[in-house]
Design a protein around this ligand. Structure first.
Ligand code: EPU
Length: 336
């Protein structure tokens, strides 16, 4: 176990903010976590669980204890002719896991290639891309209650998954530390290529296979999304807003080219990136914070920005989208 005081979180947030936490504790097992939870440091301080820090925006130094999982196991717990059930430690790097599953011919998460972060946080955030969400393959999430130290196995239904949302972000926010995730992957993969242009892009690399899907998605992501190691960012800064059909139709009359996705008979989803670009923000900057020039939904730390500078830019964007389209943009990134 690693316990550090007055610790810099620079390597633990993809925005590249040089902020500190009073205490940083990294545990390697459920037992170590349970031990730590009984300590005075944890009992007498505010606690924040983090993964790879790819969805966090720190507004100042953190007063309290940051808990980080270093549970690195990947174990087959069950398999049959069609499926393999993998229990994956919450500290496992998400993309390393995707690479491992693709190498083994197990389908289900290949469309989620190159998403930054760790497995525990992926289950909290319900990461999604190119027509797949991680909840599609989640059987169970194992987590430890921070107050009692008791282990609870959350069934898929108990996780209450929605678009970029779960019980761990809502009702159970801050109450549990995720220790492992059980995924059901397919030995006879059914490829999901409905996302616009995905199939034709995969075919350019050869036959349709897990390896070629992964390769294609990596190429697409690298062409649009900045590498956090080079340019600090947290992927999509806002979630794509879901608006009423009535509101959408009014917008469509005024902006006939507005892209949209069907949600239900009464609701439509519109891409936040499009709304932001239409407001003229793409490639713009305020101080050290900017809007990525290849994807308007990504806010970037151009050079030494503070969390407040990034929030200021986000607020200006929210304001102009509200004024032009009457749409509220909700951050996907969690402000701390
Ligand atoms: N668009 C613009 N301007 C831009 C970028 C996009 O107008 O600068 C429009 C285009 O019309 C495009 C549409 O927005 O067709 C959608 O763009 P894109 O396919 O790039 O996806 P997105 O809606 O911006 C979502 C996820 C991404 C995920 C991609 C691919 C959210 C909040 N974001 O982005 O997830 O990789 O789809 O599936 O749902 C993340 O969550 O961090 C993330 C990167």
């Amino acid at each position: 176990m690693k316990i550090k005081e007055n610790f810099s979180l620079l390597p633990h947030n993809t925005f590249g903010l040089n902020i500190k936490t009073d205490f940083f504790i990294e545990f390697n097992s459920v037992e170590e976590l349970q031990m730590v939870l009984q300590s005075d440091i944890v009992k007498s301080n505010r606690v924040l669980c983090i993964g790879g820090g790819s969805n966090l925006l720190f507004l100042s130094d953190f007063k309290g204890v940051v808990l980080h999982s270093n549970i690195q196991s990947v174990t087959i717990i069950k398999e049959d002719a069609d499926s393999v059930f993998l229990e994956v430690g919450s500290g496992v790097n998400w993309d390393d896991l995707v690479a491992h599953t693709v190498e083994n011919g197990w389908g289900g998460i290949e469309n989620l290639s190159l998403i930054p972060g760790e497995t525990g946080a992926s289950a909290l955030q319900n990461i999604g891309a190119y027509g797949v969400e991680v909840q599609d393959v989640i059987e169970k999430v194992k987590a430890v209650n921070i107050s009692t130290g008791k282990v609870h196995d959350f069934s898929h239904d108990e996780c209450r998954y929605g678009y970029r949302s779960s019980t761990f972000k809502n009702e159970m926010k801050g109450a549990y530390s995720i220790t492992s995730v059980i995924l059901k992957l397919s030995k006879k993969p059914v490829f999901k290529l409905n996302y616009p242009h995905l199939e034709e892009e995969v075919l350019k690399t050869g036959e349709i296979s897990l390896t070629n899907i992964r390769k294609t998605i990596i190429t697409i992501r690298e062409s649009k999304l900045p590498d956090p190691k080079i340019l600090g960012n947290a992927g999509s800064f806002f979630i794509n807003p879901v608006i009423s059909k009535q509101h959408f139709e009014a917008l469509q009359t005024q902006f006939p080219e507005i892209p949209h996705y069907f949600v239900s008979e009464t609701q439509e989803k519109v891409p936040a990136a499009w709304l932001i670009e239409q407001c003229g923000w793409k490639g713009k900057q305020i101080g050290n914070a900017g809007v990525h020039d290849k994807q308007a939904l990504v806010l970037v730390n151009l050079c030494g920005a503070t969390g407040s500078e990034i929030v200021h830019l986000a607020e200006q964007i929210q304001l102009s989208v509200q004024v032009k389209f009457g749409v509220e943009l909700i951050p996907e990134v969690n402000y701390i």
